[in-house]
Design a protein around this ligand. Structure first.
Ligand SMILES: Nc1nc2c(c(=O)[nH]1)N[C@H]1C(S)=C(S)[C@@H](COP(=O)(O)OP(=O)(O)OC[C@H]3O[C@@H](n4cnc5c(=O)[nH]c(N)nc54)[C@H](O)[C@@H]3O)O[C@H]1N2
Ligand SMILES: Nc1nc2c(c(=O)[nH]1)N[C@H]1C(S)=C(S)[C@@H](COP(=O)(O)OP(=O)(O)OC[C@H]3O[C@@H](n4cnc5c(=O)[nH]c(N)nc54)[C@H](O)[C@@H]3O)O[C@H]1N2
Ligand SMILES: [Mo]
Length: 767
């Protein structure tokens, strides 16, 4: 296969043989064909391990296919159980300066880290260190700090509930509530936007709802790539005749047409199923306008029904019995002119009225959404408009209806449930105090943005990360990197080498841990289980099945407990060693702190696990007024740059062959991009208007007024079907363009899907 960069539009359906062939290929590339097949057989099944790729729920064990996997889940497993190793010899060969010149792709391709490592300043190399010494160093550094609030405790959503619970326990007993978490970059607008509206910050549906919905919205989410197992539900719904309405600036292939790899018939006959019945290419950042347009048309139709003495088209009984704020919403929608809605959304009134008709016809409606909604300056308001639309017809808390935030990392929701929160409630802290007997700090701590601010101001001294790749995931990469280097201590609990390990503090440690697919043995020889909460609040056990990549690896709970013991010493009132001897003991403590986990250990024994209670699913509104609230966002935000035709809105996306900062390959099959990632998707009109041509290379500059020139160089123009005024490129390469200050004021989530940019001729040479 040629390694030359090429563009070749993809006309096949999503899924299908393309996906099946790709699955085999990744296992071969990582040299784990047989081990991989064994692992995949046990994935997402009772007694096996939970896939670490996405947070999509599993079907109930009774209805599951023999393999509950997808192409990208297979990539995640192959990547985890790869035969490649980054050994002490590897680190002896490459200095950190050397490694810093390599791409993110190359770094992770070196394989699993086999030993705990310590950064040796004299030689600029990572060198092996014994576990005890590593913990002693962490303890010494943390104890030396004058204020525990100088430490940031980052989490990426791959860690288990057990590891995350111990982690927050450690931080709080130490004295800090600083929990920057990857969800601050992700679904925080959901976690902030839903509680005032419906009393819970989570989705209200279960997988079963897909069997009863007659309309499913898919908004700002690339399902075929990022939650491929959700395609099974969309595929089944489409085949039963449900309407599927997509709002997305890009025409994502799997949402147009999908061939179900698990369907023998479709695979054998090469047939596929159209998925979206209506595909609206909203302008980047135009969702609030589009959703308001749909609601405005719905309210017009209801007004008409009243005038003509016809049955109401809105669910007035539900609105009157359950909600507040309806009148204010109507007044605002009536006052918002169509012309403004059309301009901002990039969709015509006719299109939005059509969408409203589809909505009004459907009895049961679900709305699924992803980063295209949340990663915006108005991310929280975007989420709330989706909910407003659902409330208009009582589409919540009944079969086939509700809101479905599609979470990212496999346990990002669970980490939050078990206490990773920089703004903990008093109720939770009281409970923690009662169960463990120490006085947890009560003041609010840092989320990612405030952690970054503290690092930049030099106030933070140490950064510990339970997984993830903080530097690559964060905005303003060059500025954040410079600040990060000034820290006294950086500690990464990780599986593979990444950028954050190279942009390190004065003292730096890499602590290699077991991955979820690997067997984690307790001191008494039994295999330990951890638990995970998926996007639909189902908690299940996960148990590794393959041999660890190295005998020196340790589990995340053990590493966290050992750090805590080394830092807090005999002063600690937590029985750390005892807890990690048997994770069932950690679960008992979780249950004692959070009553929602009642009978935790017993309930995970049931195949398929259990669903955490969700009041909004029962139409119980845990809001201050006891109602479901329509959340008002008056008018439309003016697009500050609308009169400047040079400005484009840039959305930073994932390719089909990456997992966040982990790049599996430089291909993006469904978008027809091969062997390259430095591309900029732009439509024909915008290309011509600038006197450019496809394949030309340009520099991309952020439009901002803070005096910093944010730029990435030499991106290749690719002609793509995307609305006027919009463009797209891959993350994390484009993170230097994202200003830390460009964030949703309500949730703090950076606007990674809406960055104002201009294009300039390439200033540095690049092939
Ligand atoms: N294979 C794989 N799986 C993953 C991940 C991965 O990287 N790889 N990452 C995981 C994580 S942490 C997350 S959060 C999820 C992310 O999954 P997604 O939410 O699908 O994230 P993105 O790929 O960033 O793309 C979002 C989609 O939004 C669209 N979009 C962009 N701007 C806008 C806009 O203004 N409005 C609308 N309506 N749409 C817009 C894009 O075209 C794209 O289809 O996936 C998880 N699963
Ligand atoms: N511009 C832009 N920026 C974005 C986004 C975007 O769409 N655009 N998306 C944002 C989103 S949604 C997210 S969630 C963040 C992601 O941010 P993070 O969660 O911080 O990043 P990842 O790339 O998922 O982290 C990958 C690393 O995790 C480690 N790892 C993998 N498995 C394990 C494990 O089992 N245990 C441990 N301890 N470590 C493990 C490996 O060392 C690997 O290098 O990025 C955000 N940043
Ligand atoms: Mo995410």
């Amino acid at each position: 296969m040629s390694r030359k960069p090429r563009i070749k539009p993809y006309h096949e359906p999503g899924g299908g043989w393309g996906a099946t062939i790709a699955t085999g290929k990744v296992l071969m590339e990582q040299k784990v064909l047989f081990k991989g097949a064994l692992a995949l057989y046990h994935m997402n099944k009772p007694g096996g391990f939970k896939c670490s790729s996405c947070a999509w729920p599993d079907p109930s064990p009774a209805h599951a296919d023999p393999l509950v996997i997808c192409e990208n889940g297979a990539k995640a497993v192959a990547w985890e159980i790869t035969a490649k190793r980054a050994t002490p010899e590897f680190f002896a060969r490459h200095s950190v300066a050397d490694l810093s010149r390599q791409s993110d792709y190359w770094l992770e391709q070196q394989g699993r880290i086999t030993h705990p490592l310590f950064y040796d300043r004299d030689t600029d190399h990572y060198v092996p260190i014994e576990w005890d010494k590593a913990f002693a160093l962490i303890g010494k550094e943390l104890r030396a700090l004058s204020n525990p609030k100088q430490v940031e405790f980052y989490t990426s959503g791959r860690s288990s509930n057990e590891a995350a619970f111990l982690y927050q326990l450690f931080a709080r007993e130490y004295g800090a509530n600083n929990f920057p978490d990857c969800s601050n970059y992700c679904h925080e607008p959901t976690s902030q936007g839903l509680p005032p509206a419906i009393g819970v910050g989570k989705g209200t549906c279960t997988l079963e709802d897909f069997n009863h919905a007659d309309l499913i919205f898919v908004i700002g989410q690339n399902t075929g790539t990022n939650s491929p197992r959700m395609m099974t539900e969309l595929h089944n719904a489409a085949r039963r005749g449900a309407e599927i309405v997509v709002l997305n600036p890009l025409r994502e292939r799997a949402l147009e047409r999908f061939q179900q790899p698990q369907s023998v018939l479709e695979m054998a006959t090469m047939r596929s199923t159209p998925i979206a019945t209506h595909y609206y290419q909203v302008k980047i950042g135009g969702d609030t306008a589009a959703l308001k347009g749909i609601m405005k048309a719905a309210i017009d139709a209801d007004d008409r029904a009243v005038r003509e003495d016809q049955p109401r088209v809105l669910d007035i009984e539900f609105i009157q019995g359950h909600t507040a704020g309806f009148e204010a919403l109507c007044a605002d929608l009536r006052a918002t002119p169509w012309a403004a809605i059309e301009k901002q959304s990039g969709l015509s009134r006719a299109q939005l009225e059509e969408a409203a008709q589809v909505y009004l016809k459907a009895n049961n409606v679900m709305a699924c959404f992803g980063m295209g909604i949340t990663q915006h300056f108005r991310g929280t308001q975007n989420v709330q408009q989706i909910l407003n639309l659902l409330l208009l017809r009582g589409n919540i808390g009944r079969p086939g209806a509700g809101i479905v935030p599609v979470r990212g990392h496999s346990n990002v929701q669970g980490d939050r449930t078990v206490g990773i929160s920089e703004r903990p409630s008093n109720e939770f802290l009281d409970q923690l105090q009662k169960v463990f007997g120490f006085n947890p700090p009560r003041d609010h701590g840092h989320d990612v943005v405030h952690a970054l601010d503290a690092i930049m101001r030099g106030e933070a001294k140490a950064f510990i990360s339970l997984g993830g790749n903080f530097i690559a995931a964060s905005p303003d990469t060059p500025l954040t990197s410079d600040a990060f280097r000034k820290l006294n201590l950086t500690v990464s609990i990780a599986t593979k080498l990444n950028r954050t390990h190279l942009v390190h503090g004065r003292n730096s440690l890499i602590l290699p841990c077991l991955a979820r697919s690997e067997v984690d043995r307790a001191p008494n020889g039994t295999v330990q289980e951890v638990t995970i909460e998926d996007s639909m609040s189902v908690v299940q056990a996960s148990r590794g099945v393959v041999a660890p990549a190295s005998p020196h690896l340790r589990s995340e709970p053990w590493i966290v407990a050992s750090m805590a013991r080394a830092t807090l010493g005999d002063k600690s009132v937590v029985p750390w060693e005892w807890l990690v001897e048997d994770y069932a003991r950690i679960r008992d403590k979780i249950e004692a702190v959070f009553p929602i986990f009642q009978a935790f250990n017993a309930r995970i024994k049931v195949p398929g696990g259990f669903r955490l209670a969700n009041a909004a699913s029962e139409r119980i509104w845990m809001t201050p007024n006891g109602k479901a609230n329509f959340m008002l966002f008056a008018g439309l935000d003016e697009d500050k740059h609308q009169n400047n035709p040079d400005v484009l809105w840039l959305s930073t996306l994932r390719s089909h062959d990456q997992y966040n900062s982990t790049i599996y390959s430089n291909n993006d099959r469904y978008r027809g991009v091969y062997n390259q990632r430095d591309v900029l998707f732009l439509n024909d009109r915008e290309i011509k208007r600038r006197g450019l041509a496809p394949e030309d290379r340009v520099d991309i500059h952020t439009v901002s007024s803070d005096g910093t020139d944010r730029v990435v160089h030499g991106f290749k123009i690719v002609r793509y079907n995307i609305p006027d005024g919009s463009c797209a490129a891959y993350y994390p390469e484009t993170n230097p363009l994202l200003p830390l200050s460009l964030r949703d004021p309500l949730s703090g989530t950076p606007s990674a899907k809406g960055i104002p940019v201009v294009l300039k001729p390439q200033s540095t040479l690049k092939n």
